[in-house]
Design a protein. Sequence first.
Length: 136
Amino acid sequence: MSSCIFCKIIRGELPCTKVYEDESVAAFLDIKPVNPGHTLVIPKKHFENIHDMPDALVAKVAVAAKKIADAMRNIGVKGVNIGMNNGAHAGQIVFHAHMHVMPRYGKDSFSLWVGKEYYGKERELVAEKIKAALKS
Ligand code: AMP
Ligand code: ZN
């Protein structure tokens, strides 16, 4: 994709601080890290989000994210969050699929989510809907 900033990084048209690369995946530091070392793992080929990616490529990106998480632990990082924003409603800003690998140190000002309560039959209903969609 010609205008995609992550495709430009892959083509070498924009700089990045690369930490890992193989034939199908690249990983480089996020320019606005949650904590130093926050890494983005991306497929080299352009896909907008996880829904568009072939399963095998999702697995390759996830395995690369684990490698980086393991490396972080080896250099003293206390915990690691791995996350992926898929779609604008999920906070995706760059529409080239990427996994965030975020070093964590307990109460370090980054907050993932605040859990809500389920009311009435909502929990059973949503579980049934997801299960039905999985079968279709
Ligand atoms: P999101 O799409 O919300 O999952 O987040 C996109 C992430 O990409 C943000 O954390 C940005 O800080 C990061 N980002 C945007 N442009 C660049 C860039 N040129 N190099 C590295 N990270 C970037
Ligand atoms: Zn792209």
